[in-house]
Design a protein. Structure first.
Length: 450
C-alpha cells in the first residue's frame, strides 16, 4: 500500500514537472518581456524621462497620510519587497550565473528595466480599480480585469491561480528555506523550526495587512541594509576586480562564454534564458502579485503609488541582485561548482571569512519569513475575491499548518504545481495590462500634466 502511494506521488510529481517546464518555457518569458517593452514604449520610457519626479514622489511618500487606503505608500513598498526580496536575490542570481554564465546578469538588468514599467502599470490599474470594503481596501489584477476589461472568467482565473500558487512560492518553499538555513547553522530540526515559524507567522498574519505592513517596514529595510553592507565590504576588499567583473557581464552577455573556468561554451541563448527567467522570478514583474499590496496604500492618485513599483524593481534587481552577482564574480566562487544559495554563501564566506556565510543565512531566514507574510496577504485577497470577505479568516487558518508541512520538506510535488500556477497567473494579468494600457497612458498624462 505504501509503495503504491509512493508510486502515485512520484507519477504526480513527474507529471507536474513536465507541465511546469511547458508553462515556464520561452513563450511565457517572451510574453512577459514583450509586454514590458510594449508598455515602456507606450509610457514614453517613464522610468528615465520622469526620474526626477519619481524621486520627489517617493520622498513625499514617506510621510503620506492622505488618501484612501489602509497602509502608507512605504509600507506597501516594503510589503511588496517582502514578497520579492528573498530566495530569488540570494539563490536565483547564483543559479542564473552558474547555469548561464556571468552574462546572465546583463539580461536580468535588461528584463528589470522593462519590468519597472510593467509593475508600474499593474499598480496604477490596481489602485484605480480598487474597492473600499468594510474590512479594508481590496485591489489587484482580479479587480481591474473584472471592472476594466469586463471579463469575469479571466478575473476568476487569476484569483484561483493566485490563491493556490501562494501556498507554494509564498509558503512551503519559504518555510523550507528557513528550515534548511537554521538546520545548517544551528542544528535545529525542521519540525521545530516549522512550528516556531508557524506561531510567529500566525501572530502577524492574523492581524491583517496593517500588522503585516508594520512588521515588513522594519524587517525588510534592516535586512536589506545588512545584506548590502556585507556585500559592499567584500567589494571594497576586492575593488580592483570590480571593473573586470562588470566587463565580463557586458561582454559575455553576447558571447556566451563564462568569465571564469568551468562554463566555457555556454551559449548566448542560455545567458538570455536564465537571465530573463531569474529576473522575472526575483522581481515578479508581470505576475501582478505586488499590485495587491500596493492597492492598500494611502494615495491620492493611482500614478502616485505606481511609481513605487519602479522603485521596487530597482531595489530588488538592479541593486540587491547586482551586489549578489558582483560578490560571486570577484571572489571567484563561481569555480566552486556550487549552485543556488550555497554558491552565494560560499562567495560571502570567501569575501568575509567567518561572518559572510552567517549574513547570507540570516538574510535568507528573514527574507523568507517576510515573503511568507506578504504572500499570505496576496493569496488571502485572491481567495476573498472568489468566496467573499468572510473567507479571509479561513484562508489564514489554512495557511498556518502548511508552513509546518513546507518546513519538513513534504509535498514537493505541490511546490512544483504551485510554481506552475504562479506562471499561469501571468497570463490573465498580461492580457489585462495590454487591454487597459490606454487608460494607464491617460492617467499618467493627467498626473504629469505640466
Amino acid at each position: 500500500m505504501n509503495a503504491g502511494i509512493q508510486d502515485i506521488i512520484r507519477s504526480f510529481t513527474d507529471f507536474v514537472e513536465v507541465v511546469n517546464q511547458l508553462v515556464w518555457g520561452i513563450p511565457l518569458i517572451l510574453m512577459i518581456l514583450g509586454t514590458g517593452v510594449y508598455l515602456t514604449y507606450r509610457m514614453g520610457f517613464l522610468q528615465v524621462t520622469r526620474s526626477r519626479s519619481i524621486i520627489k514622489i517617493v520622498y513625499s511618500g514617506f510621510i503620506q497620510r492622505r488618501g484612501e487606503g489602509d497602509i502608507s505608500p512605504f509600507q506597501a513598498l516594503t510589503t511588496a519587497l517582502a514578497a520579492t526580496v528573498g530566495t530569488g536575490n540570494i539563490a536565483g542570481v547564483a543559479t542564473a550565473i552558474s547555469l548561464g554564465g556571468a552574462g546572465a546578469m546583463f539580461w536580468m538588468w535588461f528584463s528589470a528595466f522593462f519590468g519597472m514599467i510593467t509593475k508600474y502599470c499593474e499598480i496604477v490599474l490596481a489602485v484605480h480599480y480598487r474597492k473600499q470594503k468594510k474590512e479594508g481596501v481590496a485591489g489587484g489584477p482580479m479587480y481591474f480585469i473584472q471592472e476594466g476589461l469586463k471579463n469575469r472568467p479571466l478575473a476568476w482565473a487569476f484569483a484561483l491561480f493566485g490563491s493556490m500558487a501562494a501556498f507554494g512560492i509564498g509558503n512551503m518553499v519559504q518555510a523550507n528555506s528557513v528550515a534548511d538555513a537554521v538546520g545548517e547553522t544551528m542544528g535545529i530540526p525542521p519540525l521545530v523550526t516549522g512550528l516556531i515559524l508557524a506561531v510567529l507567522a500566525a501572530l502577524v498574519i492574523l492581524g491583517g495587512i496593517r500588522r503585516i505592513g508594520a512588521i515588513t517596514e522594519k524587517l525588510v529595510p534592516f535586512m536589506a541594509v545588512l545584506y548590502i553592507l556585507g556585500a559592499l565590504a567584500i567589494l571594497v576588499f576586492h575593488r580592483t576586480l570590480i571593473p573586470g567583473a562588470l566587463a565580463s557581464i557586458f561582454s559575455l552577455a553576447f558571447t556566451g562564454e563564462a568569465a571564469t573556468g568551468g562554463f566555457v561554451g555556454v551559449g548566448v541563448r542560455e545567458a538570455v534564458r536564465f537571465g530573463v527567467a531569474r529576473g522575472i522570478f526575483t522581481n515578479e514583474a508581470g505576475l501582478g502579485s505586488a499590485s495587491i499590496a500596493h492597492a492598500s496604500a494611502r494615495s491620492e492618485h493611482p500614478v502616485q503609488q505606481g511609481v513605487w513599483g519602479i522603485v521596487e524593481v530597482f531595489v530588488d534587481t538592479l541593486l540587491i541582485c547586482t551586489f549578489t552577482a558582483l560578490v560571486i564574480l570577484v571572489t571567484g566562487a563561481l569555480d566552486s561548482g556550487l549552485e543556488g544559495a550555497a554558491l552565494t554563501a560560499e562567495a560571502f564566506n570567501r569575501g568575509l571569512p567567518g561572518s559572510g556565510g552567517l549574513i547570507v543565512s540570516v538574510g535568507l531566514v528573514f527574507f523568507s519569513f517576510t515573503t511568507l507574510l506578504a504572500w499570505s496577504f496576496y493569496g488571502e485577497k485572491c481567495f476573498e475575491f472568489l468566496f467573499g470577505t468572510g473567507a479571509s479568516i479561513r484562508y489564514r487558518q489554512l495557511w498556518i499548518p502548511f508552513i509546518v508541512i513546507g518546513a519538513v520538506g513534504g509535498l514537493r510535488g505541490i511546490w512544483t504545481l504551485a510554481d506552475t500556477l504562479n506562471g499561469l497567473m501571468a497570463l490573465p494579468n498580461l492580457i489585462g495590462l495590454v487591454g487597459l494600457s490606454g487608460l494607464v497612458v491617460r492617467l499618467t498624462r493627467d498626473f504629469f500634466r505640466d
